[in-house]
Structures are given as C-alpha cells and as structure tokens.
Design a protein around this ligand. Structure first.
Ligand SMILES: CC(=O)N[C@H]1[C@@H](OP(=O)(O)OP(=O)(O)OC[C@H]2O[C@@H](n3ccc(=O)[nH]c3=O)[C@H](O)[C@@H]2O)O[C@H](CO)[C@@H](O)[C@@H]1O[C@H](C)C(=O)N[C@@H](C)C(=O)N[C@@H](CCC(=O)O)C(=O)O
Ligand SMILES: Nc1ncnc2c1ncn2[C@@H]1O[C@H](COP(=O)(O)OP(=O)(O)OP(=O)(O)O)[C@@H](O)[C@H]1O
Length: 448
C-alpha cells in the first residue's frame, strides 16, 4: 500500500476476505480503496480438517477475522464499516459492536474520541441454524501469558489430571520458557500483524490499547476446532471485570475483554455458531487478584525463576526488560504488592531483584494502585481496595512495616480510610458467577 494514506481521514474500514490453507489463516483489511493489509496466523503442524468440523472452522475463522480487525480499525476509526461477505446476523453484530465499543473505550478516552456513533457493524444477515455437537475430544487448551495467572490454571488442571496443553500466541521467549517448565504438551501459534499497520502508525494513525484477549480468544477457538479440543481455559480473574474509571457516563475498563461480560458473550456465540460442545471460559473467574497471588505463592514455586507479569516483556517492536521485571510499571508494582502478603520477604526480593516498597521514588505508582490522589492505572491490576488491603496487611508485619512506602501508608493514607474496609480475608474468598465447565470444577478447589 502507499504510505500516503492519511488514516485519520479515511471514510470506510473494510473487512476483505479471510482465507485458510496449510496451517495459515490470512485476514484481510483495508481503508477506503487502499491496498489490503493482511494479518497472518500460523498454526504449527496443522492436521487436515475433518469434514465434520469444516462449517465450525469457517464460522470460527470468520469471527477471528472480525475480531482481529480491531487493531487496524483503530488506526483510522472511520465512520463506516463494511464486511465483504455481507451483513452479519444480529448476534454476531451485537458481539462485535460491544467488543469494539467497550474494548476500545480506553483508546477512545485517551485519544479524546467518541466512538458511540461510529461503531456499527452491518447487520440484518441470515441467522445460521444453531451449531451442533462435534464430539470434540475431552481436553483443554490453556493459554499462557508468561505471568502468574495462567500458571495457576496449569497447576490446578494438572492436579485434577486434566489432559491439558500449554498454548501461546506470539514469539515471546519468556512465555516459551514458562510453557516448557509446565511439562505439558505445547502449542505455539504465530501471529504476524500486517506490516502496513506499523507504517500507518508512523504516519499519524490513531494508536492505543486494543482488547487483545479477545484476539487471543478467537485464535484459540479456531485452534480448538482445528486440533480437536473441547475446552479453552483462560486465566481471567474476577477483578478484571471492574472498570478502570467512569467517563461521560461510560465505564472504561482496560481489561474489558478479560471481563465476565465478554467471556459470556463470546462463549455463547461459540456455542450457537461454532460447536455446542466447545467451552470457553476462565478458571479464575471466581477469584480476586489476591486469591490468585495466594494460590500462585503455593502452586507456582516451579516458576519463580522464569515467570514475569511485566507487560514490557511482550512488546513486538519496543525494548524489553533485561531481567524480566522492569520494576517501574504498574504491573510490577501490583504483583510485588499482591504477592508480598503470601511469600517470605527474601523469596519475593529474590524474584524481583529489589524491594519496590522500600523505594520512595515509586510512591506515585503505588498511590495510583490504591487510588490515592490518582486513578487506577490503565493496566491489568487488581481493584484499588485490594491494593489497600494488601498494603494494610503488610503494615501489620514487622518485616515490612519499616519499609519506606509501607511506613508512608501507615502515616499518611491509612488514617483517611475506614479500617473495616482493609481486611485481606474477604478478597481470598471465591464469589460471583463463572462458566467453568463441569469437568473442570474440581480444579477450583485446588485454587482455594
Ligand atoms: C506489550 C504491550 O503492552 N504493548 C502495548 C503497547 O505497544 P507498544 O507500542 O509499546 O509496542 P508493541 O507491543 O511492540 O506494539 C507495536 C504496535 O503494534 C500495534 N498492535 C500490537 C499488538 C496488537 O495486538 N495490536 C496492535 O494494534 C499497536 O499499534 C502498537 O503500538 O502500547 C500499545 C498502544 O497503547 C498497545 O496496543 C500494546 O498492547 C498490546 C496489544 C498487548 O499485547 N497488550 C497486552 C500486554 C495487554 O494490554 N493486555 C491486557 C489485556 C486486556 C484485554 O482486555 O485484552 C492486560 O494485560 O491488561
Ligand atoms: N501471548 C498470549 N498467548 C495466549 N494467551 C495469552 C497471551 N498473553 C496473555 N494470554 C492470556 O490472556 C489472559 C490474561 O493475561 P494476563 O497477562 O492477565 O495473564 P498472565 O500472564 O497469566 O498473568 P499476569 O496477570 O501475572 O500477567 C490469561 O489467560 C493469559 O494466559
């Protein structure tokens, strides 16, 4: 394509064709009459597709095409959306409208855009008959993100003897190292963004956060049909459903596609359009972040020297931290704070290589986690009340209470808080709805 296109002045975003052959899915997009941008997803050692699964595969491929388009759509956010295959049935249009609007809410807020009048997928297409059961093999794909959450899921599924495979999208060496450490069979799916997107970024495209968990979910649903798995078990905690902030009457949640609303819509769509026996859900849904860090402290010892939750490790283009934890970002702050009540102090300091809570220069970062003078950061962190409860717990422990930021909490912040809201224990209890399939429910007991 010519790089003379001005992405912010485009009129229409077009979904071109999606194709699959020999283990490679090609997803085509364009602005106006510009040249196609092709994203490629590569499935290693892809088996031939059984005839009985072909319709399911086509439906899952179509959904992946529609969902992965969010990375390209956001570059221009033009007022029109066109789909080459014609209008979508209402359930599909509802899912896509919700995903683009809510999943791009942070992007819109930070760029000062209002997408409510723009995001309208073409609807009114024929509704296909409900998907049937495909007799998919009883086994589970466990997506890994390199961090603690998915490793808790791995260990919980191992404990109940589930036939689980560690899978990940992209080429992050850190995730590959975690996957190897699980001892499970591994499936690494490659994803290659269209290079034109980076060129658009260079010439003034809109840029910002995209609901990447939705993209990974759609890739894994397609993989489940291709390789034969009846379950995809994500590791999205209860806290992910909480909004980062409210703006102009709209909730803005950095983690929207990790939340329960997306999980429910996506899982129902798969049941209705792909296969009645393909289950998608999060095994961590009943748990707050602090319950997950407690579980990781107990179940994750095998991974302490390989895992990292610091998202800077997962950049495609930008620099990555030399030693896994940058120590400066909200994820590093939160994971340090949330693990501290459950690990011995020397162990935690060995993981991070430093004591973030004894460093005055990090005060603003921890304040934001507790929503003290700042709003919660746009990152995958727990609720502010959880962060305050963790800090309060540390302030009660001799080995922590002298550290600079814990002492500052006691001095400056705690006196403004209702002590009744600072208990750690309520955060450790499972609560709320979940969609964990019956076969995996015993794994919940392993987590806590
Ligand atoms: C790793 C990371 O956090 N990347 C975000 C960052 O990207 P950056 O520009 O610093 O570098 P790259 O990651 O190399 O990306 C280069 C550009 O490519 C585009 N892009 C990338 C991946 C993709 O799926 N779609 C894309 O369009 C984009 O234009 C990049 O600039 O900042 C970007 C802008 O704010 C973010 O979009 C990048 O976020 C990645 C998509 C990403 O993988 N982020 C996850 C770590 C993440 O945020 N996970 C959430 C899940 C929330 C959810 O609802 O899904 C979380 O952990 O909370
Ligand atoms: N590259 C990826 N491939 C497949 N799944 C991924 C990838 N990155 C993240 N995920 C999945 O998305 C979900 C949310 O990611 P998240 O970063 O919260 O989890 P995590 O890396 O396991 O833990 P942590 O919160 O410590 O970072 C998890 O189920 C995770 O496994």
């Amino acid at each position: 394509m010519t790089t003379t296109i001005q992405p912010r002045q485009t009129r229409v975003f077009r979904f071109l064709q999606a194709r699959y052959a020999d283990g490679v899915a090609e997803l085509g997009y364009a602005f106006d009459d510009g040249a196609p941008m092709i994203e490629r997803v590569r499935f290693p050692a892809a088996p031939p597709l059984p005839l009985a699964r072909r319709a399911a595969f086509d439906a899952a491929l179509k959904l992946l095409h529609l969902i992965a388009g969010v990375s390209y759509y956001k570059a221009g956010v033009p007022p029109l959306i066109e789909v080459a295959d014609g209008p979508l049935d209402d359930a599909t249009a509802d899912l896509l409208d919700a995903l683009y609007l809510q999943g791009l809410a942070e992007f819109a807020y930070r760029n000062g855009l209002d997408l409510r009048e723009r995001i309208r997928f073409p609807r009114g297409g024929r509704t296909a008959p409900p998907a049937t059961t495909l007799d998919l093999p009883e086994r589970t794909l466990v997506p890994l993100g390199g961090g603690k959450d998915s490793l808790v899921v791995v260990e919980a599924l191992k404990a109940i003897g589930e036939d689980a495979w560690a899978t990940w999208v992209g080429n992050a060496p850190l995730i590959a190292a975690c996957a190897e450490r699980t001892g499970l069979p591994r499936l690494n799916i490659e994803r290659e963004l269209a290079p034109e997107l980076f060129a658009l970024n260079q010439c003034g495209a809109w840029n910002g956060h995209v609901p990447v968990t939705a993209v990974n979910s759609a890739i894994l649903a397609l993989a489940a049909i291709l390789y034969g798995f009846d379950t995809v078990a994500f590791a999205n905690e209860r806290s992910a459903s909480a909004a980062t902030l409210e703006y102009a009457g709209q909730a803005v949640n950095h983690q929207w596609s990790k939340g329960y609303a997306f999980e429910s819509m996506f899982a129902d769509w798969l049941h209705g359009h792909v296969a009645a026996d393909l289950d998608y859900g999060s095994l961590l849904r009943p748990y707050a972040e602090l319950a997950v860090t407690r579980a990781f402290a107990r179940l994750g010892t095998n991974y302490f020297d390989v895992f990292s939750s610091c998202n800077r490790n997962f950049r495609i283009l930008g620099p990555r931290p030399v030693d896994r934890w940058c120590g400066q970002c909200p994820k590093c702050h939160f994971v340090f704070l949330a693990l501290a009540p459950f690990l011995s102090k020397p162990r935690l300091l060995a993981i991070f290589g430093r004591n973030l809570l004894d460093d005055e220069s990090q005060a603003a970062g921890f304040d934001a986690l507790m929503e003290y003078r700042e709003h919660k950061p746009f990152e995958c962190v727990g609720e502010a009340a959880e962060a305050r409860a963790a800090m309060h717990a540390l302030s009660q422990r001799p080995e922590w209470r002298e550290d600079a930021l814990v002492a500052r909490f006691v001095r400056e912040i705690a006196p403004q808080l209702d002590p009744l809201t600072l208990a750690l224990e309520p955060w450790l209890l499972p609560a709320g709805e979940h969609r964990v399939p019956a076969r995996l429910v015993p794994a919940l007991k392993v987590i806590g």
